[in-house]
Design a protein around this ligand. Sequence first.
Ligand SMILES: NC(=O)c1ccc[n+]([C@@H]2O[C@H](COP(=O)([O-])OP(=O)(O)OC[C@H]3O[C@@H](n4cnc5c(N)ncnc54)[C@H](OP(=O)(O)O)[C@@H]3O)[C@@H](O)[C@H]2O)c1
Length: 264
Amino acid sequence: MQLRDKTVWITGASSGIGKALAQACAAQGASLILSARRIDALEQVRQTLPNSQQHWVIPLDLALPELAAKTINDNLPALPPVDILINNAGISQRSRIADTQLDVYRQVMEVDYFGTVAVTQALLPMLIARKGMVVTIASVAGKVAGQGMSGYSAAKHAIVAFMDSLRAETATDGLQVLTVCPGFVQTDISRNSLTGDGSQFGELSSSIANGISAQDCATQIIRGIEHNKREIIIGKGLSRWAPLIKRLFPLWFMSLSAKMAGRD
Ligand SMILES: NC(=O)c1ccc[n+]([C@@H]2O[C@H](COP(=O)([O-])OP(=O)(O)OC[C@H]3O[C@@H](n4cnc5c(N)ncnc54)[C@H](OP(=O)(O)O)[C@@H]3O)[C@@H](O)[C@H]2O)c1
């Protein structure tokens, strides 16, 4: 699907991959609706875009899925029809299972799974009517699970499965469903991750620091949208190849992940 003259709703557009996607989509001539919790950061992103007056900022908190869906429905009459939804907002978690409070699992699931489901359902009738596209930034962690991020991995596996179901259910409606699974990307994801007690991890991990840039990731996602892909895996090194290794050599992969500590 080409982006020129399309309207694209991007969640998590205030930083990282979402911000890079906003810049890349606007450069292709799309009008954008930018969502996240931080209004100031969203406004700053909007001001940097070409034709900033043809983009909108709609704050959403995906940790409150019902309210997020209501906010979307309340705002739709004043917005142009949406062609593409990019579900990008998300939080990660860094803690071993024995050290993780149940509420941390709930918080991650609320944003990465229920919040994403609620936004998708709210926009689905319009997206189907326009034969549009749902793009979801899942993760390689939604394809393989290792140590130290059980909640994040479970939430991303759940959203990958949900989007597989959506693709199957809407195949005859002309809706396109693209799931993106990045490996390590240089963003604030590790700083914003929750630890086992719910506090912020607060550090840039070395695996994230050594990942691909957010701009590179966004460029590959745009290529996936333009080529009507259904699933793409993006990244370098082990994080790029882990899903294939797991599929071809499952026992080897299991012994490998038992030996490897979580992302540092
Ligand atoms: N970086 C990586 O290595 C990597 C790898 C695989 C997948 N991903 C996925 O890529 C997506 C973007 O992450 P990123 O790497 O760009 O990290 P990031 O810089 O931390 O960005 C996360 C975005 O999500 C928004 N967000 C977080 N909680 C939210 C909530 N409750 N409601 C609404 N928006 C919320 C944040 O905005 P506010 O704080 O303003 O709300 C921010 O815009 C995530 O889904 C992540 O899981 C990242």
